[in-house]
Design a protein around this ligand. Structure first.
Ligand code: SF4
Ligand code: SF4
Length: 166
């Protein structure tokens, strides 16, 4: 449960998931941001004005999925590492997950990395497609990982280094 272990339940997630028909049209962001805190850099960063923190800064963000183009800019702007982009149209059997990453070593393009779910459970080893710096002194990177479509809503972190398979 979120309040006890920080892991959202399926009920929590149902409130922030893009609808299936939107997911099937291309990359789209989801903000797994569930607690009311005074925070809105995600909304300020979005070039499409697709993220709304209203009527005041203490509210949780709401994404207008029809406005979102899945650019991923908001991912590195979120101090809570709570935003992900999912692209179910990436391949026939493969989805792209864009996730925030702040550890070293960084992965490199083409590297097969251990993918983790929201609880830290290992769900498989999949290739990194892109490593994007946050830019302008922002040390949060955006890592794009190609995963089986069945894991697109499961993979939310990666682990790099620490074993002999890297
Ligand atoms: S992915 Fe891009 S368009 Fe979508 S909410 Fe984030 S910044 Fe806005
Ligand atoms: S920047 Fe991150 S933590 Fe802050 S409101 Fe947006 S999604 Fe939530």
């Amino acid at each position: 449960m979120l309040i006890q272990d920080g892991i959202p339940t399926s009920e929590d997630l149902s409130k922030v998931l893009p609808p299936q028909n939107r997911l099937e049209t291309g990359p789209v962001a989801m903000a797994e941001c569930f607690q009311k805190i005074p925070c809105n850099p995600c909304a300020k960063a979005c070039p499409k004005k697709a993220i709304h923190v209203e009527p005041d800064i203490n509210q949780t963000p709401q994404i207008d999925f029809d406005q979102c183009i899945g650019c991923g800019i908001c991912i590195s702007r979120c101090p809570g590492l709570a935003i992900f982009v999912v692209d179910l149209t990436y391949g026939e059997d493969t989805a792209l997950v864009l996730l925030p990453y702040e550890f070293l070593p960084l992965p490199v393009k083409g590297q097969s990395v251990l993918c983790l779910d929201r609880s830290g459970r290992e769900v498989g080893r999949y290739p990194v497609v892109k490593v994007t710096p946050g830019g302008n002194k922002n040390l949060t990177y955006v890592i794009s990982v190609a995963v089986p479509k069945s894991l697109a809503m499961e993979v939310r972190n990666i682990r790099v280094g620490g074993d002999n398979n890297e």
